[in-house]
Design a protein around this ligand. Structure first.
Ligand code: NDP
Length: 494
């Protein structure tokens, strides 16, 4: 479609009914460039406000979002199909991150004096973290508030302006988030949303005025975004997919483990980057755990406890993975008949071969595979064999053992005796390794991700007889230096 202003447009839909929720412009490369240029001017103004005023404005923004919670929840519900209660939880989590980023930016990024070392005792060393300018945020549709806010809040708190390209499935949420920001910061377009399809995101990633891209989405798209960033050597934080595992050890609280596993696998219709897609259960407790899991799963239903599959094309992947799992394993809850588009009822399949697509590829649906293992070590080996490395879960009655397993899990985050609890703790960094991407959002690392360290060394006075960086330097000065270094570093510790 084309509007009277000559814009090509696209619609967003309610995935449960197919009804049109909103119509938005497709911003082209010229408009993206103009938006980034305006954001560049706004970034200078925003950085110039200083820590205290930025904090005040961001806390204002937080208050605006909190007061408008019901409106945001309504748009999230309509564009993703998720139940309003889940949408509420998502917005509340985003609010806690915005609050943390606003309150902690100065402490993490502000100037500090560092000990210069004895060899440079006459030099004052200062470190501070400066903004990058304009941060381009490209977001997915599954958590259209929480996920991009993990970049937006931290980038803004670090003193950057943000140009946000939401998913074409959830543009209304993105537009609303920027509109509400303008209530707290009306003077300049410090945070603005551009809408469109994949090529709008590609134009943002390839824009030379962008200081960093924060991408959240699939691993395949991340590679395309990284290629676009390469043209200008634009740095990138890539938050991609996952194939997270939950390990149930022999001494785990089995009802609690089953309850958490089910929620981790099915909530948001399984459309969660850090959702539970694989479960490994130690032999000694396998049957009891499966009893708990299947009994609970029988009471959960799509369309009531969770919403539809938001992206129609994902249904094909889910169907393929269910067929693949059932062909190699044994369906204990649901099966191919569980797909009644756009809804998918819970599917649990046990004993699926580890080399099948259902175990190796991200499904992004309300399905989970369960495998019996000899012990937690075997579970960890299988967990770590995935190409992805986003998050994971350990259920164990022994804290030391659980901590040991968590540390050795090849993932950015691990929760013990709960699922996805790390996402609710703003101080903890969030991000993956391997096919799950690189870089971190949230926490102090998330603030530093959107800034650049600036080191300043200021000579306070000349050290008599120790001017080492001068052509007037003599052998005596060098000898003195070697004596000092030998005294400081020459002793072997036994
Ligand atoms: P996609 O990779 O399809 O899209 C992500 C974003 O990239 C969208 O805004 C999309 O726009 C945009 N895009 C598409 N093509 C390009 C391009 N060539 N250049 C620049 N941008 C482009 O992911 P989904 O939206 O389907 O999200 C689901 C994925 O996100 C899953 O893999 C999930 O695991 C992952 N995810 C990861 C999280 C994490 O923190 N690690 C959190 C949440 C989700 P458009 O929609 O308009 O095509």
């Amino acid at each position: 479609m084309t509007t009277t202003t000559g814009h090509r447009t696209f619609d967003s839909f309610d995935p449960a009914t197919g009804a049109v929720v909103g119509t938005h412009p497709i911003h082209d490369a010229v408009e993206v460039r103009a938006a980034v240029a305006e954001a560049g001017v706004a970034a200078t103004w925003w950085a110039g406000l200083g820590w205290a005023e930025r904090r005040r404005r961001l806390l204002d923004y937080k208050a605006v979002i909190t007061r408008d919670l019901a409106r945001i929840v309504g748009v999230v519900h309509r564009e993703t199909g998720k139940p309003k209660a889940d949408a509420t939880l998502e917005v509340v989590l985003a609010i806690t991150h915005l609050d943390w980023a606003a309150r902690n930016a100065r402490g993490v990024l502000g100037p500090r004096r560092l000990f210069p070392g004895l060899v440079a005792a006459n030099v004052a060393a200062t470190l501070e973290y400066l903004p990058l300018g304009v941060v381009g945020v490209i977001g997915p549709w599954n958590y259209p508030v929480f996920t991009p806010m993990g970049s937006i809040a931290y980038a803004l708190a670090a003193g950057n302006a943000v140009v946000f390209k939401p998913s074409e499935l959830t543009p209304g949420v993105g537009v609303l988030l920027a509109e509400l920001f303008a209530e707290a910061v009306p003077e300049q377009p410090v945070f603005r949303t551009i809408t469109g399809l994949g090529e709008t995101g590609a134009a943002l990633a390839g824009d030379p005025g962008v200081g960093k891209i924060a991408f959240t989405g699939s691993t395949a798209t991340a590679k395309r975004v990284m290629a676009a960033c390469a043209a200008n050597l634009t740095p990138l934080v890539a938050e991609c997919g996952g194939k997270d595992a939950l390990i149930v050890d022999a001494d785990a609280d089995l009802p609690a483990a089953a309850d958490a596993a089910l929620w981790g696998a099915l909530s948001n219709a399984g459309q969660t980057c850090a959702g539970v897609e694989r479960i490994y259960v130690v032999d000694a407790v396998y049957d009891e755990f499966m009893g708990e899991l299947t009994r609970r799963a029988a009471a959960v239903r799509a369309g009531r406890d969770y919403g539809p599959i938001t992206m129609p094309a994902q249904l094909d992947v889910i169907r393929r993975h269910i067929d693949d799992a059932v062909a190699g394993g044994r369906a204990v809850v649901g099966g191919p008949e569980s797909v009644r588009a756009p809804f998918v009822d819970p599917v649990i399949v046990e004993d699926v071969p580890e080399d099948s697509a259902a175990v190796r590829e991200e499904t992004f649906g309300p399905t989970v595979t369960v495998k019996r293992v000899a012990d937690a070590e075997e579970a960890l080996r299988m967990t770590n064999a995935a190409a992805y490395g986003l998050a994971g879960t350990v259920f164990s009655g022994d804290v030391r053992r659980a901590m040991d397993l968590a540390r050795r899990m090849r993932s950015g985050m691990t929760s013990i005796n709960s699922v996805i609890s790390f996402a609710a703790i703003p101080a903890l960094p969030f991000g993956g390794i391997g096919a799950s991407g690189f870089g971190r959002i949230h926490g102090a690392d998330g603030l530093r991700e959107f800034s650049r360290p600036k080191a300043v060394s200021r000579q306070r006075f000349a050290l008599p007889g120790m001017n080492l960086t001068s052509f007037t330097r003599g052998q005596a000065e060098l000898d003195r230096l070697v004596r000092v270094v030998t005294f400081l570093h020459g002793r072997r510790k036994r």
